[in-house]
Design a binder for this molecule. Structure first.
Ligand SMILES: [Zn+2]
Length: 362
């Protein structure tokens, strides 16, 4: 942590770049006791994330040809010191779950790990916090991230396996240096893999839209490549957005930095106003998202009434628990009827607000 604060001092003193610290909440959702990772392991991950984003990590593997492209992104991360209600917090939520491999589990099309009711933990307002859920993928994945403008705000954030999180404890080679979260955070801030969206880029047509990351046709999954060369140029196999082993990635480029700042000044702009959540003694947090709509009775039967704080401007959409759109409602709707639909959980989406509605049997 000392290194981190010293780095910030030097960085701020240089005065040449925009900086921000994004508040993070880590939801540890554990089934077997070893998945209930230590606070030390969580801190080791936040430190690694800060080193990677601020170009303070070991970059000795970056070849001379790419060194001038290495970027200090000016983006930092803290464990939140205030929760959504403004109370002091460690920024860590722990919950035991009865569901094994919770990060791979879904219920009715929803990711279980993102909902307390489904055995996970509800997101803190994703407009103000980066939500990171640490839970077992059962070997299926290392992690996954929601890109900007993801469909379901309640699931906006990053999910990662405890074996690939942090640099000690359960962290397991070859992803035991904390770079997997760096990779996922790159996705969360709008970066693609260097080969674009198509995992089979043999024609070199796919690209990440960033000028200073060379096109490549290989993903370098599970290896430590030496001098990769595809699509007519040397591959930047040591870029954090590749799938190379943790020991073999070390950099973001200036173009990637610009792309991430584009996201921070665009769809994730509210994170820029959330730095005060990093300090327990700072100003109170920004007000939680004012609910536009409330529904009553909830739980209820058949007919539900909507109460609007102010006139909605967009169509309201009602989804069932499997994520299927079942009703579109005009912004002027004040009542809707669920008779004829099965009892269960429904979700009403109004702008970025998602309201959970429990419909009881008749
Ligand atoms: Zn990825």
């Amino acid at each position: 942590m000392l290194l981190c604060s010293l780095a910030w001092f030097l960085f701020r003193a240089s005065g040449n770049a925009q900086t921000v610290t994004i508040p993070v909440v880590v939801h540890v959702i554990w089934h077997s006791p070893e998945e209930n990772i230590s606070e030390e392991q969580i801190l080791s991950q936040i430190d690694a994330l800060n080193r990677d984003f601020q170009s303070l990590n070991d970059q000795s593997i970056v070849p001379p040809g790419f060194r001038s492209l290495v970027a200090n992104t000016g983006i930092g991360f803290c464990l939140a010191a205030r929760d959504p209600e403004g109370k002091a917090t460690t920024g860590i939520v722990r919950r035991q779950t009865s569901i094994p491999q919770i990060a791979s589990a879904s219920s009715g099309g929803l990711r279980s790990i993102c909902y307390t009711e489904l055995g996970g933990s509800d997101a803190w307002n994703p407009d103000h916090y980066l939500n990171i859920w640490v839970g077992s993928f059962g070997g299926l994945w290392v992690g996954e991230a929601s890109p900007p403008l993801s469909e379901i705000p309640a699931e906006d954030g990053i999910r990662i396996d405890p074996r690939y999180f942090g640099t000690l404890g359960t962290a397991t080679a070859p992803y035991n240096l904390g770079h997997s979260l760096t990779h996922e955070t790159g996705h969360y801030l709008g970066l693609l893999h260097p080969w674009g969206t198509d995992n089979d880029n043999i024609n070199c047509e796919g690209d990440d839209g960033i000028a200073d990351t060379p096109r490549q046709s290989k993903s370098y999954y599970g290896e430590c490549p030496q001098g990769g060369f595809t699509c007519g140029t040397p591959d930047m196999t040591m870029n954090f957005m590749n799938w190379s082993d943790d020991a073999c990635v070390a950099m973001f480029t200036k173009g990637q930095k610009n792309k991430m700042w584009e996201t921070l000044n665009g769809s994730r702009k509210s994170l820029l106003q959330s730095e005060n959540l990093c300090s327990a003694t700072a100003l109170p947090p920004p007000p939680a998202q004012t609910p536009l709509i409330t529904v009553y009775p909830n739980p209820g039967r058949q007919v539900f009434t909507l109460q609007m704080k102010k006139e909605a401007t967009e169509e309201l959409q009602l989804f069932d628990a499997s994520g299927r759109l079942i009703l579109r409602l005009s912004p002027k709707t004040r009542q809707f009827d669920l008779s004829g639909h099965p009892a269960g959980i429904y979700y009403l989406k109004a702008g970025r607000q998602v309201l959970k509605i429990a419909c009881l049997p008749d």
